[in-house]
Design a protein around this ligand. Sequence first.
Ligand SMILES: Nc1ncnc2c1ncn2[C@@H]1O[C@H](COP(=O)(O)OP(=O)(O)O)[C@@H](O)[C@H]1O
Ligand SMILES: [Mg+2]
Length: 340
Amino acid sequence: MDRLRIVVLTGGTSAEREICLLSGRKVMSALDPSRYDAVSVDLASIAEARAADLAGILFRPPAEREHAPEQTVARDGRPDVVFIALHGGAGENGTVQGMLELLGIPYTGSGVLASALAMNKIMSKKIFERDGIPTPKWVPLAAAERASAPEAALTAVGLPCVVKPACEGSTIGVTIVREREHLEAALDAAFRYGPEALAEQFIPGTEISAPVLGNDDARVLPLVEIVPPDGFYDYHAKYTPGATEEIVPARIPQAAAERARRLALAAHCTLGCRGFSRVDMIVGRDEVYVLEVNSIPGLTDTSLVPRAAEAEGISFSQLVGQIIGFALEEHGGRSGKPKA
Ligand SMILES: Nc1ncnc2c1ncn2[C@@H]1O[C@H](COP(=O)(O)OP(=O)(O)O)[C@@H](O)[C@H]1O
Ligand SMILES: [Mg+2]
């Protein structure tokens, strides 16, 4: 069979651009040239050109429109799969997924709706609650009601609490607030990244993350326990090699591990995720709480999904190959089963 043509879409303009580039580079290096014809494309550098292409297809005069898509989107240059190595912003929130749907190009990971839901912690938590998936007590906060936000947080959640933007990742804009006097700064930090934020009850306990792999038969890889240097898994702790201890499998009681696996799969499925994801959780005293689902978890040297896969004997290259396989299966691309 011909080599699969892969575009690794990386970079972009989100706050996590640097992490995207690291993931993109790592994925590129894992694609065996004898099996894959891969190029890496920076979403930032092509954004304007691609928009122009799309406009050319969508706004062509009606008489020409019938034939437009195939002429305009060069068939020969069409990739078999776009590997989306993008975290945060347009790459993870369904926007890029929607563009690829329009272009009819198979892509890795979740579709438009699941991506949008997973990216928005307020929407995710509403769905978790609806489905009985434990998530820390919380209150939504809007920049438009900034003046009443501190009182709203204190009344609904109390201290200590965690203030975070609704739609970011990598702990960007997240603050653990232990004293009232630090609440204002925490709110300002969260609203710097968008008009929606939330305050969440701080859950003391063991932080774990559960990688999920697959489409209809999704399964949970070994649980990863996260031991950051000062208890807070912030940007520095996430991406500085050696800063955080990641222990696989997590050192938690068997019953808690069972529950965590079940909840991780439930969270992944209820948002409609496909291919892969990673579910962040805290094992509290009497319950396991789901913090969020990452629909495009990091694939850098320090990332958790590759660590968990490795513990199961799945190399990074095999992991990337499986994720591409799930994309073909999902979108009915070359060698993939057509979508029902
Ligand atoms: N409710 C909480 N209780 C305790 N720690 C939390 C809570 N929420 C977040 N954290 C800490 O902040 C980190 C980032 O929060 P998370 O909700 O996963 O957002 P992000 O999308 O930025 O990863 C977590 O990994 C954890 O260390
Ligand atoms: Mg997280």
